[in-house]
Design a protein around this ligand. Structure first.
Ligand code: MLT
Length: 199
């Protein structure tokens, strides 16, 4: 996959895997990654699917209706990319930091290829699969930040994702902020504080 990599300079910080939203690219989340995890290595792939010219991490049939066969195939492709990048750059398992479509593919990675990630920060995620396999996520921590007024993600859909991850053994912290689909300074502050507590 096309990607950007920035080496870390603080030993002991897990690398961050940055996963952009629809229409973003590999440069998009580098400033966010730097601000929430100063000194961490940053690995930032570009989604390989194009929707009207906008990069994404998997195909959708309509807003909020996912092509689940593509979700599964793209999650495998992304997990293989992560494994290859870890050996090229000498990285530990990364913590994903994904926004919107990027959060959704990170959730799919957790459910389908749990070994790919050490944990995840999911910003405005949805449940990516109606019928995911049983994953083993004990020992992994996940922060989910949702928006109470998010027009794209129904509140009960985000709660269902939190429930799925918890049932698989993940330690999930799910906070619903009084905002919409876009990110706020509160997201940045909460993500930064949570990441600092994981080390
Ligand atoms: C998705 O397609 O993954 C979600 O609808 C979020 C988005 O990218 O708008």
């Amino acid at each position: 996959l096309i990607h950007r990599f920035e080496p870390g300079f603080e030993a002991g910080r897990p690398p961050l895997l940055l996963l952009h939203g629809t229409g973003g690219d590999e440069a998009d989340l580098l400033p966010l990654g730097r601000s929430v995890a100063p000194g961490a290595a940053l690995l930032s792939p570009r989604g390989a699917v194009l929707e009207n010219g906008m990069p994404r991490f998997f195909r959708r049939l309509a807003d909020g209706v996912f092509d689940e066969a593509d979700v599964r195939a793209r999650a495998q492709e992304l997990a293989d990319f992560i494994a290859a990048a870890r050996s090229t750059y000498g990285l530990a398992a990364p913590v994903a930091l994904g926004f919107s479509n990027g959060a959704n593919i990170a959730a799919a990675l957790l459910l389908l290829r749990p070994e790919a990630l050490a944990g995840a920060v999911l910003l405005r995620p949805m449940r990516p699969l109606a019928d995911p396999p049983e994953a083993e996520l004990s020992g992994k921590a996940v922060l989910m930040l949702s928006g109470a007024a998010d027009p794209i993600v129904p509140a009960q859909n985000a709660r269902a994702l939190a429930g799925l991850l918890e049932a698989a053994g993940a330690r999930v912290e799910h906070t619903v902020l009084p905002t919409g689909h876009g990110l706020t300074q509160t997201d940045v502050a909460l993500a930064k504080g949570w990441l600092a507590r994981q080390e």
